[in-house]
Design a protein around this ligand. Structure first.
Ligand SMILES: C[S@@+](CC[C@H](N)C(=O)[O-])C[C@H]1O[C@@H](n2cnc3c(N)ncnc32)[C@H](O)[C@@H]1O
Length: 361
């Protein structure tokens, strides 16, 4: 029996799970969702030939995915651009980025086998530029180099309502930045020359795009990676946490799935197969590709959500990590990548890993 025993063996306290409500208590919610669900679907042309397995195709997934054989993919695992300013997203606006995700997800409705999974690794946008939000006000009491208080500025401003901040600064013997900070707050989520930023959640957008084409959120796991202090530019000056986790959203296409408890060892089920948080170290050097995910992450997803002999898709193939995990676990792959240098890199990595696998045989 798996469950309580497993958690006990791991010496984790087993608590009553309050997140599973008795359906009797939320009848109204069920009534709301019992409205018929209309799936938006686009007609597809029949092709003579489809993309072959074990290849990486150069191009955009929005278009190339239309050449994948219908209902041929058991698992699609991918990490798209996160809209955080990487070089491969240089041409994207927020709207075009959303459209790419929407189109790629829509294509999954055709290429996934019934019962298949689409697993998306992504993170919320932690610094989402927004000119229109009020400044996050903060008084860093241990860091204040000047004694001028907000009250002092307001008092002088009251007496000289037409003075600009340079004139107020001169009267109070401080810098114009101090006047600005006392009146408007510190721009702790931006900088003097940078736009203010806020956090933007992305999971809800993905859920909506998937739901519209008949793919349903089945599970959500967290990848605990290394804390990225260097990237959390404004953390030291605010109460914001560093970036140290990403999301895995698991969507399911209606149809029969295979549950085979033997696909992992009992220890693997206890350590990660049935766990919501996966601790996996980040790729230490991102010299070859700016945003590689670790092989261990792809390995777990491939083993958990697909079967031997099936085809695994990665429409944002990057350096080829998903393909390596697929081959390592006796699956085939199809990859799509829009940057030629990454297609070359992925092919090189796949070749190296295949050679190593042959040596291990
Ligand atoms: C986050 S990276 C994926 C990294 C990959 N998981 C790895 O381990 O190397 C996203 C990749 O998607 C590619 N890309 C971005 N937009 C694309 C599109 N519309 N179609 C195909 N590839 C795209 C980028 O060039 C980039 O290599």
């Amino acid at each position: 029996m798996f469950g309580v025993t497993a958690y006990n063996e791991l010496k984790v306290d087993v608590l009553d799970d309050k997140s599973f409500m008795d359906p009797e208590n939320f009848k109204n919610t069920l009534d709301f969702f019992n409205e018929p669900h209309t799936i938006v679907s686009m007609p597809r042309p029949q092709l003579e030939t489809y993309l072959a397995d074990n290849q990486i195709y150069l191009g955009r997934s929005e278009e190339l995915m239309r050449e994948i054989a219908p209902e041929s993919i058991s698992l699609s695992f991918w990490s798209p651009p996160y809209f955080v300013g990487k070089s491969y997203e240089r041409d994207e606006t927020f709207e075009s980025w959303q459209k790419t995700l929407k189109d790629v997800i829509e294509n999954h409705a055709f290429v996934l086998k019934p019962g298949g999974f689409m697993v998306i690794n992504i993170a919320d946008i932690l610094c989402f530029a927004d000119d229109n939000i009020p400044r996050f006000q903060a008084m860093n009491v241990r860091n204040q180099k000047c004694d001028v208080t907000r009250e002092m500025v307001l008092e002088v401003k009251d007496k000289h309502p037409n003075h600009n901040r340079y004139q107020l600064a001169e009267m109070l013997g401080c810098s114009e930045q101090t006047i600005d900070r006392r009146l408007n707050g510190n721009n702790i989520r931006g900088g003097k020359y940078q736009t203010q930023t806020r956090v933007k959640l992305v999971g809800g957008h993905l859920e909506e795009y998937a739901y519209d084409v008949g793919l349903y959120l089945y599970d959500h796991r967290i990848w605990m990676k290394d804390p990225t202090w260097a990237n959390s530019k404004w953390t030291s000056n605010s109460l914001k946490a560093v970036s140290e986790y990403e999301d895995l959203y698991i969507f399911w296409k209606p149809g029969q799935q295979v549950i085979d408890k033997e696909k992992l060892t009992p220890t693997e089920w206890k350590q990660w197969g049935s766990r919501g948080v996966w601790n996996i170290r980040s790729v230490r050097s991102n010299d070859e590709h700016e945003a590689q995910f670790p092989l261990e992450l792809a390995d777990r997803v491939v083993r958990l959500f697909s079967e031997k002999g099936s085809v695994v898709l990665d429409p944002f193939m990057g350096s080829g990590t998903t393909a390596i995990a697929a081959l390592k676990n006796h699956r085939s792959f199809i990859g799509i990548e829009k940057e030629a240098q990454y297609v070359a890199l992925a092919n090189k990595r796949i070749k190296e890993h295949t050679r190593q696998l042959r040596l291990l045989d």
